[in-house]
Design a binder for this molecule. Structure first.
Ligand code: F0G
Length: 351
């Protein structure tokens, strides 16, 4: 029976007492072959669907370990800044552990699904009239002053938990050797975690290869690509609307050591890929999660030879978190009378 990541990968995630693990049985997410995209672009593309985690994003991997450690260390409260997903995950695991959870968010730049999660799990929510980078600065100051456990990816246990995604990808691919791991980059914790995971799996001889790490950002918040702080980050992909990634140094190392790259794409391309993924592959993700695929395709269109490469794109968050994005961008179907003849005339039944 699956009992979550710490139970599965205990060797890599030591705990003091297994009875005190705080888990929602996260992890074990599907790796889905992207048939349509693979054929069209002559690559072997797989989708690591992290939206299948209990709160709908990859954050649960880091949160199970960070909150387990907070409980081990007798912490009474956890706190984070967030573009949405971290706050939803912290609130859920905080609730499960019986810890007070405080979240500081950029007001009106959080997908409503994520905000409603933090609300219903019972977090104390403080929206600020500023961006994520400022929220994180405030959280860091508060944790210096008060006895609160910070659960952003500055917390090393978050990275430790998240590295298990690399183990799963390797296990799911079996004998296949992964060439490229592609993922969205915001605060740059996840790319750091995957690289750590692949290296540990390689060192413990679970795999005999290391993939290249490809990190993708939106043009308007491409701090890693441009190698500078973006003062006013902007993108429709609110999850990665970050101008000053706290893990930038570690992320640079991951990309350099693995001979990978950072690349950015436009909001328009993010929007197009959002639709393609759902309508051609049947996989619905939030906008930020489309960046690795939109980015890979953009590289191919710019002359990169990725022919036959085995690529895993990490789809970090579930599409249901940001339904507004769909409802605001596409026409709502209009209601009609419940009349058989009328409906027969409306539907194209011959095709
Ligand atoms: N994709 C999604 C859906 C995210 O929510 C995030 C980060 C990322 C990608 C980027 O990951 O920060 O490790 O590089 N979301 C954080 C949050 C910032 O507060 O939920 P990263």
């Amino acid at each position: 029976m699956w009992r979550g990541l710490i139970d599965k990968y205990l060797k890599y995630l030591p705990v003091k007492n297994i009875n005190n693990i705080v888990s929602l049985y996260e992890g074990n997410t599907p790796l889905i072959k992207a048939n349509w995209l693979s054929k069209r672009y002559n690559i072997e593309l797989y989708l690591k669907f992290e939206g299948a985690n209990p709160t709908g994003s990859f954050k649960d991997r880091g949160m199970t370990y960070a909150v387990t450690k907070a409980v081990e260390n007798k912490s009474k409260a956890i706190i984070c800044a967030s573009t949405g997903n971290t706050s939803a995950s912290a609130a859920a695991f905080g609730a499960r552990a019986g810890l007070k959870t405080i979240v500081i968010l950029p007001e009106a730049k959080i997908a409503k699904g994520k905000l409603s999660q933090a609300m219903i799990y019972g977090a104390e929510i403080i929206p600020i009239k500023d961006n994520f980078d400022r929220a994180l600065e405030i959280v860091r100051k508060l944790t210096e002053k008060y006895s609160l456990t910070l659960v952003n990816s500055l917390n090393p246990f978050r990275i430790e938990g998240q590295k298990t995604a690399a183990f799963e990808v390797a296990d799911q691919l079996g004998k296949k050797k992964l060439d490229i791991l592609a993922l969205p980059v915001g605060n740059a914790g996840n790319i750091t975690a995957y690289w750590k995971g692949f290296k540990e799996y390689n060192e413990t001889e679970m795999i005999d290869y290391l993939p290249k790490m490809y990190g993708f950002q939106a043009d308007g918040s491409a701090a890693m690509v441009q190698n500078k702080v973006i003062k006013k980050p902007e993108t429709i992909a609110t999850a990665i609307r970050i101008g000053k990634p706290v893990n930038r140094d570690k992320a640079k190392i991951a990309v350099n050591e693995s001979k990978g790259l950072f690349h950015s794409i436009s909001d328009q391309k993010i929007k197009e890929m959002h639709k393609i993924l759902a309508s051609k592959e049947g996989v619905f993700v939030e906008p930020a999660s489309t960046t690795p695929i939109a980015g890979i395709i953009n590289l191919i269109e710019n002359g990169y030879n990725l022919k036959h490469k085995k690529i895993v794109a990490v789809l970090t968050g579930n599409g249901l978190k940001d339904q507004e994005f769909v409802l605001n961008n596409y026409d709502l179907p209009v209601g009609v009378k419940g009349n058989l003849k009328h409906i027969e005339n409306l539907i194209n039944l011959m095709d």
